[in-house]
Design a binder for this molecule. Structure first.
Ligand SMILES: [Ca+2]
Ligand SMILES: [Ca+2]
Ligand SMILES: [Ca+2]
Length: 675
C-alpha cells in the first residue's frame, strides 16, 4: 500500500523487468473483502493521536497548511483536503457494493487492541499522517483480521511530502490508497490507479472496476428497486406499516442512490386520523458520503418542502410540513445533486407524525444512522418501539454468518467461556478468532478451538500479546459448527471481547530470521535494511533446547542508526509472542536478539522471528539517493540492491553481523555501524 513519488519511468523497461519477477512474494495479505462493506466506517484521527511506532499524527495541521493557498471563501483548507480524500472513497464506492460512513475518532492509539471492524472508538479505516521516508506518499493496510487487527484499512499519509503540488494530487494518491484499504494489490497496468508510481488518473480504469467488483460485486439497487425502478411518481414505493397507521411510530426506510441517474420516489401515507405536523428526515451522514436533494409534494403534485444535504462526508436534512390532511399521501423524491462529487450512496429516510409520535427526534436521528437495509418497514417500526437501542446496529454485521462478535468476562481464575459458531456456506474457509481485553486488566486470553464433540482443531497463533490473542484455522467447512473455548491463561479476572471472521484467504506470515543462542554466546546482531517505509508485525518465538522453563527469556529489539530502540519485546519460553506493529522508514537498522538466563547450567535455545508486513511495499519511486539509503536500482525499479551488491526482490533485507558486539557509544555519536 504504498504509492511512490512521481517519477518518470521507462515503461517498457519496467514491464519487461516485471515479467521475470512474477514469483515475487508480496508480504501483505490482499484480497480479503471487508465483511461489512455495506457500511465501512471512516474516521480522521485528531492531531497528536499516537500513530504506529509512537509518532504523533500531524495530518490536520500539515494539510491545512499545504492547502492554505488553495482555500476559497466557500472552502476552508481543511474541507478542501478532506473533500479530495473522501472523493477517492466515493469513486470506489460508486462502482461496487460499498458505502463509507464518516464517524468520530476518539484519538485512541493506532493499532490498539480492539475490533477489526466496528470498533466504537474510531472508524474501520482511520486516516492519519506522519513523516515517512521521501520515497512514499502514503501507506495503507488491507483488511487482514489475522495480522493487522485494528490497523486493518488504516491510511497513513507522508506529512514530510507536499501532497498538494498539483491539482488533484491528493485525490490521486487517495484513490490508490483506498484501493489498498479495500484489499486490492498494486497493479502492473500503468492505466490502473493501483500502479506505482502515482499516475495522472482521477477516475478508475476498467481493470480497477473489475478488481473491486470481484471482491464486492457490482453496485446493486436497493431492495425497493430489485424488480422495477421507483424513478417516477407513478412508480413510487409505498411506505406504511401497521404500527405507523396509528401514527405513534415514524415510517423508516433505507434506500440507495445507486447511480447519478437514480431517483427514488416514496409515497408516504398519512394515517386517516392524523392531521398535525409531519417531519421528513433524510440521513446520509454516518451511512454514506451521499449528497442529495429531498423534496415533498402533496396529493396535487405541488412541492410543499425541499431541502439538501451538501456536506463533505454526508449529513442530514429535514423538512417540516406544519399540517397534513388525514388520509392524504405525501410524495417524497430523493435525487443526487448535479455536478456534485458525491452522487451515489445509501441513505435513511423517516417520516414522523410528530404530534402523536412516541419516538423522540433524538432517538430517531440515532436510529437512522444504523443501516438496516434488510429489515422490513414492519421490523424497523418494532425496533424503533423497543425503547433505547442505540446499540441495535452494533451486532448487525454478526448475523450474516461470516463474522461474529461478543463481549464476555472471566469472572474468576477458573472461568471458562464457550462459544459455538458456524459459517454460512459449505466452502472450506479460513477462520480467524481474536480475543482482547477491554478493561484495565490484561486477561491473557487463551483460545482453544474444538469440534462440538470436543476434538481439538489445530490452529496457528498469529498474535499473542498479554492483552490479546489471535488464532487462525484453515480448511474449516463453513457450515460446520466450531466451538471456541476461552479462558485466561494466567487466571486474571476481567472483561474481554471476542470476534471471529470466516474468510477465503489466510494471513501470510513468513520467517524472517531463525537461529540458536546459548548461554556461552547469548547475543546475535543483524543489520536490517528497509528499502521502503512499511509496517511490520513481528512475532517472536523461543524454544529451549536445554535449560529449564522460567529461568530464561529472549530479548529482541530493533534499533535505528541513532541508537533509538523502535521496537522491543521480551518473551519467555513456549508460545510465540508479539507486541504492537512498528512502522519502519527506509533506512538501516540493527536487530539484536539476546538470551538472558538465570540458570546455573548451560542453556541453548532456538529463536525464530517471524511475522508479516501489513502494509504494501510495492513500487519505489525514483528519488535522490544521496540523502538517505534506499537501495533501489533506478533502472530496475522492482528490485533492490543492498550493501555488498546483494540484489533482492524484497523491500527489506536481513544480514547477520558475525561480530556479536557493538559499541553503543558509536550510535549515540551519530550512527556508524561497526560491522
Ligand atoms: Ca482500522
Ligand atoms: Ca434507489
Ligand atoms: Ca430509483
Amino acid at each position: 500500500m504504498k504509492i511512490s513519488t512521481t517519477g518518470t519511468r521507462n515503461l517498457r523497461k519496467y514491464m519487461l523487468h516485471n515479467d521475470s519477477l512474477e514469483s515475487r512474494c508480496v508480504p501483505a495479505t490482499f484480497g480479503i473483502p471487508w465483511p461489512n462493506s455495506e457500511r465501512i466506517t471512516v474516521s480522521f484521527a485528531p492531531d497528536n493521536t499516537t500513530l504506529i511506532s509512537g509518532q504523533p499524527n500531524l495530518l490536520n495541521q500539515t494539510l491545512d497548511s499545504q492547502f492554505a493557498l488553495s482555500a476559497t471563501l466557500a472552502d476552508s483548507p481543511n474541507s478542501l483536503w478532506k473533500k479530495s480524500v473522501l472523493q477517492a472513497f466515493e469513486i470506489w464506492s460508486a462502482q461496487s457494493n460499498i458505502n463509507f460512513g464518516i464517524v468520530s475518532d476518539s484519538g485512541s492509539e493506532f493499532g490498539v487492541a480492539g475490533r477489526a471492524t466496528g470498533d466504537s472508538r474510531f472508524g474501520d479505516i482511520r486516516i492519519g499522517g506522519v513523516e515517512l521516508a521521501p520515497n512514499a506518499l502514503a501507506v495503507s493496510m488491507p483488511f487482514d483480521p489475522g495480522m493487522a487487527g485494528t490497523s486493518s484499512g488504516d491510511m497513513i499519509f507522508n506529512t514530510g511530502m507536499d501532497l498538494n503540488r498539483s491539482p488533484d494530487e491528493l485525490l490521486r494518491i487517495a484513490l490508490h490508497e483506498v484501493g489498498h484499504s479495500l484489499g486490492l494489490d498494486s497493479s502492473l497496468n500503468p492505466e490502473s490507479v493501483m500502479s506505482s508510481p502515482l499516475g495522472s488518473r482521477t477516475t478508475l480504469d476498467d481493470s480497477d472496476i473489475l478488481a473491486v467488483q470481484n471482491l464486492y460485486g457490482k453496485r446493486s439497487p436497493d431492495n425497493f428497486e430489485t424488480r422495477s425502478t421507483n424513478n417516477s411518481a407513478s412508480t413510487a414505493t409505498r411506505l406504511k406499516t401497521r404500527i405507523s397507521r396509528n401514527s405513534i411510530v415514524p415510517v423508516v426506510a433505507y434506500g440507495d442512490i445507486t447511480s447519478a441517474s437514480d431517483i427514488d420516489f416514496y409515497s408516504v401515507e398519512v394515517p386517516s386520523k392524523y392531521s398535525g405536523q409531519v417531519t421528513l428526515k433524510l440521513q446520509t451522514g454516518g451511512l454514506s458520503l451521499l449528497n442529495a436533494k429531498i423534496s415533498v409534494m402533496d396529493d396535487n403534485g405541488a412541492v410543499i418542502g425541499r431541502s439538501f444535504i451538501q456536506d463533505i462526508g454526508g449529513g442530514s436534512a429535514s423538512i417540516v410540513i406544519p399540517s397534513v390532511t388525514p388520509g392524504s399521501k405525501l410524495m417524497v423524491k430523493i435525487k443526487p445533486i448535479a455536478n456534485n462529487a458525491f452522487q451515489v450512496g445509501s441513505y435513511g429516510l423517516a417520516a414522523s407524525f410528530d404530534k402523536a409520535s412516541l419516538v423522540s427526534p433524538d432517538r430517531l436521528s440515532e436510529f437512522l444512522k444504523g443501516y438496516h437495509p434488510d429489515l422490513s418497514p414492519e421490523e424497523l417500526a418494532s425496533q424503533l418501539m423497543d425503547g433505547d437501542s442505540s446499540q441495535d446496529h452494533e451486532d448487525e454485521d454478526d448475523d450474516h454468518g461470516s463474522t461474529f462478535h461478543d463481549t464476555g468476562r472471566f469472572a474468576d481464575s477458573k472461568d471458562t467461556d464457550f462459544y459455538q459458531i458456524a459459517g454460512e456456506s459449505d466452502h472450506r474457509s479460513v477462520l480467524t478468532i481474536r480475543v482482547f481485553s477491554t478493561g484495565t486488566t490484561e486477561v491473557n486470553p487463551e483460545i482453544v478451538v474444538t469440534k462440538p464433540n470436543g476434538t481439538v482443531i489445530p490452529s496457528r497463533i498469529l498474535i499473542n500479546d498479554n492483552g490479546q490473542m489471535t488464532v487462525q484455522l484453515t480448511g474449516v467447512k463453513g457450515s460446520d459448527p466450531v466451538r471456541i473455548r476461552l479462558k485466561s491463561e494466567t487466571g486474571q479476572v476481567g472483561n474481554y471481547q471476542v470476534e471471529a471472521f470466516f474468510t477465503k484467504i489466510e494471513s501470510e506470515t513468513r520467517t524472517f530470521l531463525a537461529g540458536q543462542l546459548a548461554s556461552s554466546s547469548p547475543t546475535q546482531n543483524y543489520k536490517f535494511y528497509v528499502a521502503e517505509s512499511q509496517l511490520f508485525q513481528f512475532l517472536n518465538g523461543l524454544n529451549l533446547e536445554s535449560g529449564s522453563n522460567g529461568t530464561s527469556r529472549l530479548e529482541a529489539s530493533v534499533i535505528d542508526s541513532w541508537g533509538r530502540v523502535l521496537w522491543s519485546l521480551t518473551v519467555g519460553t513456549g508460545s510465540p509472542e508479539s507486541t504492537d506493529p512498528v512502522i519502519l522508514n527506509t533506512g538501516e537498522y540493527r536487530f539484536q536478539v539476546r538470551l538472558v538466563t538465570t540458570s546455573t547450567t548451560p542453556v541453548t535455545a532456538n529463536f525464530k522471528l517471524s511475522g508479516s508486513v501489513i502494509s504494501d511495499p510495492v513500487g519505489p519511486g525514483i528519488i535522490d539517493g544521496t540523502t538517505i539509503p534506499q537501495y533501489s536500482d533506478p533502472l530496475i525499479p522492482p528490485v533492490f540492491t543492498y550493501p555488498g551488491g546483494i540484489i533482492m526482490p524484497d523491500p527489506f533485507f536481513w544480514k547477520l553481523i558475525l561480530i556479536p558486539f557493538y559499541d553503543p557509544y558509536q550510535y549515540a555519536s551519530g550512527g556508524t555501524w561497526i560491522a
